[in-house]
Design a protein around this ligand. Structure first.
Ligand SMILES: Cc1cc2nc3c(=O)[nH]c(=O)nc-3n(C[C@H](O)[C@H](O)[C@H](O)COP(=O)(O)OP(=O)(O)OC[C@H]3O[C@@H](n4cnc5c(N)ncnc54)[C@H](O)[C@@H]3O)c2cc1C
Length: 396
């Protein structure tokens, strides 16, 4: 079988630096050799391929756009390209890398103390330490500001109470970045201000039971985080940020990676649909020769190409320091939206075969349902854009 070459209808490749192409090709080949052959089995068994973590670390993909502390210090475009290739394998693998780098290493890098950076980042970059990010709660998803998880100052420690839900990597994590309201002495929840805390596996009163029964992201670990009088030392607060700015800064980085990643899943579905349409014969001809099928393939090509241009320009603006959050919202919502539609159309082109795990399309489709919802639902990004256009927040 020919090696996968991606889709590059608008010669975007020529816009990349040698280093960016090198990273893209490294990850592309690794996904082809190490992920594609095993991922359906892992998905079927609902198992994250843990054995791949050291290899991901060795490639320098964990916190790869961060500087120092053992991180690769690559461009944001290189990071995006890596996300694209990883998600061509599976959204679960890209989610692992996004959570580790953008949601855990980034806040320690940006808001942590020098001691915290030295303590956690080098081992997180190799994958020796795994992180998770606890923001969502059972009753507060799109509205994280309403969170009820709280931290109370108790002399030389903080005591956390509350629960987080839907936490990627939760049960396999060595540390969790937990966002909780720090209650001032004598105050109530309403007086609390959001802070980030580093909770380590084994801290008293902390548990991370895995959530089961998912039809989506089956090759990824999703967990609850439970804090019952969980006591952590005072030096585990992230000193450099308070308020929603902290978690939102992490989400912006992760959403950026998703805007690229979704294109990888879309391309996997496009290629599978193209190959299937050329080989499947009905009414005496390959189904690829029917105009309706060509229309579907042409639509996929059009949307993937537009999505690639969006992602690249977003990455260049991020590298130049001119990107603003609404631009990330547009790219995240657009690229996940078109990827999900492409996965559904690809499933249709595969006919009944499309529901089998012999083809990657139904797995990508199910995965993308989560990607559509996490890191700000599609409609929350619509509201972010609506606020930018009108100046009127319509969230509540
Ligand atoms: C597989 C998976 C992994 C995840 N990983 C993590 C993780 O690692 N860490 C973490 O903290 N969270 C994680 N999440 C949680 C995710 O971020 C939330 O699911 C997401 O923010 C949406 O919250 P919700 O599910 O509570 O939906 P809700 O907020 O209840 O939304 C339900 C529906 O209502 C709509 N809605 C909500 N508010 C409005 C409004 N104001 N106007 C119009 N429509 C509205 C939404 O768009 C959506 O359609 C994960 C989720 C999944 C599925």
């Amino acid at each position: 079988m020919a090696r996968y070459e991606g889709l590059d209808f608008y010669a975007i490749d020529k816009q990349l630096t040698d280093e960016e192409r090198m990273v893209r090709d490294l990850v592309r080949n690794w996904v082809e050799d190490r992920v594609i052959p095993i991922i359906e089995q892992h998905c079927r068994e609902g198992r994250f391929p843990m054995h791949l973590v050291p290899e991901i670390g060795e490639m320098g993909l964990l916190g790869m756009n961060l500087e120092g502390y053992g991180c690769a210090g690559m461009s944001n475009v290189a990071y995006g390209l890596a996300c694209q290739e990883l998600e061509r394998g599976d959204s679960g693998i890209r989610s692992f890398v996004s959570v580790q780098g953008s949601l855990c290493m980034h806040p320690i890098h940006a808001f942590g103390s020098e001691e915290q950076r030295r303590r956690y980042l080098p081992e997180m970059a190799t994958g020796k330490l795994i992180g998770c990010f606890g923001l969502t709660e059972p009753d507060y998803g799109s509205n994280p500001g309403g969170m009820v998880t709280k931290a109370v100052d108790d002399g030389d420690s903080y005591v956390l109470n509350g629960a987080k839900m839907w936490i990627t990597n939760g049960s396999i994590a060595d540390l969790a970045i937990v966002w909780a309201k720090l209650i001032p002495p004598g105050g109530t929840l309403a007086d609390g201000r959001i802070h980030g805390f580093i909770v380590e596996k084994g801290d008293p009163g902390f548990s991370a039971p895995e959530m089961h029964g998912k039809h989506s992201l089956k090759a990824s670990v999703t967990s609850e985080l439970v804090f019952e009088d969980c006591r952590i030392p005072k030096d585990r607060i992230l000193p450099g940020v308070s308020g929603l700015k902290g978690p939102f800064s992490c989400l912006n980085n992760a959403r950026y990676g998703i805007a690229w990643g979704a294109l990888g899943a879309a391309q996997a579905c496009y290629w599978s649909a193209r190959e299937y349409a050329l080989s499947r014969t009905q009414f005496g001809k390959p189904i690829a020769s029917f105009q309706l099928v060509q229309n579907k393939l042409a639509w996929m090509l059009r949307e993937i190409t537009k999505g690639q241009l969006l992602a690249l320009q977003l990455g260049r603006m991020k590298d130049a320091g001119t990107m603003f959050p609404e631009q990330i919202s547009l790219a995240k919502m657009n690229n996940v939206d078109i990827a999900l539609q492409i996965a559904r159309i690809a499933r249709d082109i595969h006919g009944a075969n499309g529901i089998l795990d012999e083809y990657p399309v139904m797995r990508h489709m199910a995965n993308l349902e989560s990607v559509y919802t996490y890191e700000g639902t599609h409609d929350i990004h619509n509201l972010i854009l609506g606020r930018w256009i009108t100046g009127i927040p319509a969230f509540e």
